[in-house]
Design a protein. Structure first.
Ligand SMILES: *Cc1c(COP(=O)(O)O)cnc(C)c1O
Ligand code: SF4
Length: 322
């Protein structure tokens, strides 16, 4: 908060909202309105509270920038070829034993570096009941699928009732032995992790959550409380981080983040090299620098704090460790 006196109450969803909250100057609006036509804006109260300026580690992640209108030559609207690998709406099946299920494409916040930025948005991609049924049928017809990864968008903004229904349908498929949910909700909007939601996730099939967080500031006491609520239900939580210039591209920032995750009982799992989505070049960190940071951390931080540094190759070739 610019004046530090009141707590924000509502999610900012427009350029005018950013100006009203004092997060950007009024004269920057025209270019950002152009950005907003292509890429959704959402900054929850929990994240607003952490932003002191557009160029700090949290501001950079969520406040749009005119540079998003410039697509670099190597950038692509579908950097990892999700669409080409989608046999039925909502499913991405690239690795034999794992399938992604995207029940919706809305998120609590919209990250400026998102690799699915061309697809995600507030009014996009909620699968209908018929589409969900077709997705379950695809998984049921492919006995090689052992794990279903719910992603999107962010599945944890669905109602507990809807999540229960999805998890029950997946658990009923005999060869699905693992469930995973990729989410930013415990940090971006911890109030959504209610007892009712935690109960909906308490299913017989082992369920992991992969939490997306990029800076130690995101691991607030409210986020830790939300994570604890999930962990008390027997849900192990993994950490996923995108290496981002200006946000976390230093030994200090990543070390602090990984330690904050461990204190919240979150095991750092992946450090992602940025995918080449349009208008994200300002976040690029050379892989050599990422390798250096992790090498310098090793020896100075618990081995349990170190994730695998991973790159998802363009064209659907899959993930490789860097
Ligand atoms: C990343 C990804 C997964 C999950 O990969 P893990 O290495 O098991 O975390 C599954 N399917 C697709 C298409 C993916 O991009
Ligand atoms: S929460 Fe995930 S899917 Fe949504 S905008 Fe951020 S990175 Fe993209």
């Amino acid at each position: 908060m610019p004046d530090g006196t009141q707590s924000p109450k509502r999610t900012i969803r427009s350029v005018a909202g950013l100006v009203a909250a004092g997060l950007i100057p009024a004269h920057g609006q025209a270019a950002l309105n152009e950005v907003a036509k292509s890429y959704a804006i959402a900054i929850t109260p929990a994240m607003q509270k952490l932003i002191a300026s557009p160029s700090d580690p949290i501001g950079l992640q969520f406040i749009p920038d005119a540079a998003e209108l410039i697509t670099a030559p190597h950038e692509s609207v579908d950097p990892i070829a999700d669409e080409a690998l989608s046999p039925v709406p909502g499913i991405v099946h690239r690795y034999p034993d794992r399938a992604l299920l995207k029940p919706l494409l809305a998120c609590p916040v919209y990250c400026r570096f998102c690799f699915r930025r061309e697809q995600v948005g507030p009014d996009g991609g909620l699968l209908s009941d018929a589409q969900l049924t077709a997705a379950y049928a695809y998984i049921a017809a492919h006995p090689e699928i052992r794990e279903v990864v719910l992603t999107g968008g962010d599945p944890l903004i669905l109602s507990p009732r809807r999540l229960s229904g999805i998890l029950a349908a997946l658990s009923a498929i005999p060869h699905v032995e693992l469930l995973r949910i990729h989410s930013r909700v415990p940090v971006a909007d911890p109030a959504l992790i209610t007892d009712e939601l935690a109960a909906a996730l308490d299913v017989a099939t082992p369920l992991f959550i992969a939490l997306h967080a990029n800076h130690a500031h995101e691991i607030t006491p409210e986020a830790v409380a939300a994570l604890t609520k999930l962990q008390r239900r027997g849900i192990p939580i993994l950490g996923q981080t995108v290496l981002l210039a200006g946000v976390n591209d230093s030994e200090e920032a990543l070390g602090d983040l990984f330690r904050a995750m461990l204190r919240a009982r979150v095991k750092p799992y992946y450090l992602h090299q940025l995918d080449a989505a349009p208008g994200t070049a300002r976040f690029h960190v050379p892989p050599a620098r990422g390798r250096d940071i992790l090498a310098n951390l090793r020896g100075n931080i618990s081995g349990t704090a170190l994730p695998t540094y991973i790159y998802d190759r363009p064209g659907g070739l899959g993930k490789i460790p860097l």
